[in-house]
Design a protein around this ligand. Structure first.
Ligand code: ADE
Length: 405
């Protein structure tokens, strides 16, 4: 069971970073600016892969170009006799790097299976980040959903914390968006629908995701969404929370103002993400201050080529007042006419046809990831030492139940 009390206890310390700019009275510590893919400029041509009139996907890359990755996690289960640790994996390359750590593509030596390993240096985690990480581990342990990343193992060495996650071989959704320039409405509808199902599932467990942004939306081998990075998620005690975190372009007005907020912040971010998909950039951009001012006060510009349903949906998701925002009432987002063609049951069963099939010739080559990361030399760290575990992280270790022999 999800350890609700522990998660909430740890999270109380998160209130530390409500730090306000004297002049603007806006929160100043809004997190490091995030890595953002360089996009090709928005073009007014509709994207090529989908026929926007019929919702029919255009022909996709030939099957010969694909390598199907079948993962037999049971191999590990039936062969696992000792606790899993760092020495059981070989790092192949870096997939990404964040403020507090990095993600490696790793191979489990015995089973040869590939995973994404999130590695965090304990020394670089100040107390509230450590608590946040415990929450991420706990959330991932609890959550099982077709569009949310799976956690297989968690373990630690004296210096590092490790989470062994499902490898999203298709890379970031927005890497594909940057190739296309922008998505058609049917394409955006497909990704939004899978994200809605993931967010509704989290909300039903009392979890606010809080960090919906392009780099957290990955694709699996078939092109379905894998929502990753729960470093900023928070379990809400039926109530509201007022911790400041996240990426400024995707932040809702109430988060920026340091007001209490709840699940509806995720529907705001979905609106921004959809706008980004449909136009090639988020609606409010510029310097941080300019972006924040625009989020708080500027009216959203709707491009002429949006359909009436898209305009209506985005204007309702991006209402500055959270009490009247679409999503404040249960199931309201999925019921919007923009999604009237979506068969939600089939979507949940992964029966929707993904508009993009990621090209994967060799999963170990991480070809859908930025060479800025994958070309980085892997720096080794000291081997595991048994028994030396910082008390703060003593409950961190985890093995997915289906993997226990
Ligand atoms: N799984 C979890 N995080 C991932 C990442 N950053 N890249 C690829 N697969 C992942």
């Amino acid at each position: 069971m999800f350890d609700f009390e522990k998660a909430v206890l740890g999270l109380d310390n998160l209130q530390l970073d409500n730090d306000y700019d004297e002049k603007t009275q806006l929160p100043s510590a809004l997190g490091n600016s995030v890595r953002r893919l360089i996009k090709t400029p928005s073009s007014s041509n509709p994207p090529s892969q989908y026929n926007s009139d019929t919702d029919e996907p255009a022909p996709r890359p030939s099957k010969q170009q694909q390598t199907v990755v079948t993962i037999d996690h049971n191999y590990i289960a039936s062969n696992q006799r000792k606790a899993i640790g760092k020495s059981d994996f070989t790092s192949l390359c870096v997939l990404g790097r964040g403020a507090f750590g990095k993600v490696h593509l790793v191979r489990h030596d015995k089973s040869k299976q590939l995973y994404a390993m999130k590695i965090l240096k304990k020394a670089s985690l100040i107390v509230h980040q450590a608590n946040q990480l415990k929450t991420e581990r706990q959330i991932l342990e609890e959550v099982r959903h077709p569009f949310i990343v799976k956690l297989y193992y968690a373990f630690q060495t004296p210096d590092e914390l490790h989470m062994v996650l499902e490898y999203a071989v298709g890379g970031e959704l927005f890497r594909h968006l940057s190739h296309e320039g922008m998505f058609s409405e049917p394409m955006a509808r497909f990704y939004a629908a899978e994200l809605i199902l993931a967010l509704e599932h989290l909300h039903s467990l009392g979890i606010v995701y809080r960090d919906l942004k392009p780099e957290n939306c990955l694709l699996d081998a078939q092109g379905h969404i894998i929502l990753t990075d729960f470093g900023l998620s928070k379990v809400s005690m039926e109530g509201k929370t007022n911790t400041i975190c996240g990426t400024v372009e995707y932040m809702s007005p109430e988060v920026l103002m340091g007001l209490e907020y709840d699940y509806v912040v995720d529907w705001w971010s979905l609106g921004i993400l959809m706008y980004d998909m449909l136009t090639g950039s988020p609606p409010f951009t510029g310097s941080r201050k300019k972006t924040m001012d625009a989020i708080l006060s500027k009216k959203i510009h709707m491009p002429y080529y949006f359909t009436a349903d898209a305009k209506d949906l985005l204007s309702k998701l991006l209402r500055k007042n959270p009490n009247v925002r679409l999503g404040a009432k249960k199931n309201a987002v999925r019921r919007h006419p923009f999604f009237s063609k979506v068969n939600w049951k089939e979507m949940e069963e992964r029966k929707g046809i993904p508009p993009i099939l990621p090209v994967v010739t060799d999963p170990a080559a991480a070809e859908n990831f930025d060479s800025q990361f994958t070309n980085q030399v892997i720096v080794g760290s000291p081997p595991d030492e048994e028994g030396k575990v910082h008390h703060h992280f003593r409950d961190f270790s985890f093995v997915e139940s289906s993997l226990i022999a």
